[in-house]
Design a protein around this ligand. Structure first.
Ligand SMILES: *Cc1c(COP(=O)(O)O)cnc(C)c1O
Length: 463
């Protein structure tokens, strides 16, 4: 199995190389050269399996000879052991043909744990075999950083540094980053906003002396291994609802387009998915693009679903690559245009290809809040604001007879202020992390200054 860049000018890599590389050297994103398929019999055989066994069968063909069967089984087992629910991704019915897929039972209570826990074990296995050690640096507005720290804590082959904006993440998010006590974990509170954190991260990757000196590696949402991990729960959910004998639709609260793109891969593999519905909050670049064919950046308006507050959906490039018939030159042109003109027009042919698979909708702040209240009063389910965006959009998109599964992307206790504002109750943390507020914190405050941040990283990783 080889991976090629969406811009066509980087070398084809194995699964392991693509994972360790992250972003392709031509600025593109790695995608499998061909998408493996599963027959109806292969899909039917997933029925009733545990999550780990299903994960092995779905992911195996993408991994080639990077890992043996035994290694992959062990990696999957370690990745999902810390989850707080035996089903890992349980499905809950909320109405006739309406379901929630609960993806928040991982150690940091958001769906990013599914990918990050796996990638932590994959990195550890690959690096220890190569006798290498890397420094992972990430910037976060909250969920990604806590998931990365949780996934890499205590792993011998990795130091992990997370830059977060001082005073601008929720208390739960901050504590999830600052309370792990393992010496390879480093939370850095930057005196600046999220854009400043992301800016310094980019600067570090462009500082080749530093980059090579500390062996910098990235695990942001464009990493192919993260997408692959997310393909699995589309299969387990659809099979529970009758696939391959029955089609299922999914609505996905969307920011960077990683999660919904994993659904697209599941569909390409042969899973009978009728519609993939992109749900956006007021930062609706993807909904506008699908509706009008114009992909245009606008400023970000902060919302109560902050993990979906994006200007540009990085993984959309992968969908465009297929929609343009895998024409890397066409994709390169679009991305150049995005850089210079802050937008581009999708060709009629590509737009039709996208609309074959994807629908879209948006929820305003008021609609999100009203949906949290309504769901609570009619079902007793407490939704996080991201999930509420999904539920609102799913209702409008649902077709009779076809089950509609909305991805519940975070636990409500991760966003207690927004939930309390909607229903007047403060959601409690699951009992396994009820002592989060009592654990000691460890954090290094740094100036928004490249040299200062690089200095801290050099010193700490040596220690
Ligand atoms: C990251 C995130 C999203 C958006 O997922 P993408 O893969 O970036 O589209 C939605 N909800 C929550 C809670 C998240 O943390």
């Amino acid at each position: 199995m080889r991976y090629v860049s969406t811009r066509g000018k980087a070398p084809a890599l194995s699964f392991e190389e693509a994972m360790l590389t992250g972003l392709a050297r031509d600025g593109g994103l790695y995608v499998p050269e061909t998408i493996p398929t599963m027959s109806a019999a292969d899909i039917a055989a997933l029925a009733g399996l545990g999550y780990e066994d299903a994960a092995f069968r779905v992911m195996r063909p993408f991994i080639g000879d990077s890992f043996t069967d035994g290694q992959l089984n062990e990696i999957i087992a370690k990745a999902y052991a810390p989850f707080g629910h035996a089903a890992r991704a349980p499905l809950v019915q909320t109405g006739p043909n309406q379901f929630l897929l609960e993806l928040f039972h991982g150690p940091t209570l958001a769906f990013k744990d599914f990918a990050m826990q796996l990638i932590g074990q994959l990195f550890q296995a690959a690096l220890s075999r190569r006798g290498e050690r890397v420094t992972i640096v990430g910037a976060t507005s909250g969920d990604t950083g806590s998931a990365a720290i949780e996934a890499f804590r205590g792993l011998a082959a990795v130091d992990v540094f997370i830059l977060f904006p001082h005073g601008r993440v929720s208390e739960v998010q901050r504590r999830q980053m600052t309370t792990p006590s393992e010496p390879n974990v480093h939370a850095l509170a930057v005196d600046g906003d999220f854009d400043a954190c992301q800016g310094r991260l980019k600067d570090m990757f462009n500082d080749f002396d530093f980059r090579d000196g500390v062996r910098l590696a990235g695990v942001n949402s464009i990493n192919w291994a993260r997408i692959l991990a997310q393909v699995v729960y589309y299969f387990t959910a659809a099979v529970t609802l009758g696939a391959p004998h029955r089609a299922v639709s999914f609505t996905v609260p969307t920011g960077n387009f990683g999660d919904v793109f994993a659904g697209y891969i599941a569909r390409r593999m042969g899973l009978p998915i009728d519609r993939l519905v992109i749900a956006t909050n007021q930062n609706d670049i993807l909904h506008r693009a699908l509706s009008t064919g114009e992909y245009r950046q606008a400023g970000v308006a902060p919302s109560i679903s902050p993990s979906m507050d994006i200007q540009v959906a990085s993984n959309f490039e992968r969908a465009l690559y297929d929609a343009y018939g895998r024409d890397a030159n066409a994709v390169t042109q679009l991305m150049d245009e995005l850089k210079t003109n802050r937008g581009f027009t999708i060709s009629q042919g590509a737009l039709e290809a996208l609309r074959e698979v994807f629908s879209s909708g948006r929820a305003s702040e008021a609609e999100t809040k009203a949906t949290i209240a309504e769901a609570f009063h009619t079902t007793g389910e407490v939704l996080c604001p991201h999930t509420a965006v999904g539920v609102k959009v799913a209702r409008a998109a649902a077709v009779d007879e076809i089950p509609m599964v909305t991805l519940a992307t975070a636990h409500p206790a991760k966003f207690p202020d927004a939930v309390e504002a909607a229903i007047g109750l403060r959601p409690a943390l699951p009992s396994r992390m009820a002592d989060l507020y009592d654990r000691p914190e460890r954090v290094t405050r740094v100036a928004d200054d490249l040299a200062a941040i690089e200095g801290v990283i050099r010193e700490r990783r040596a220690a």
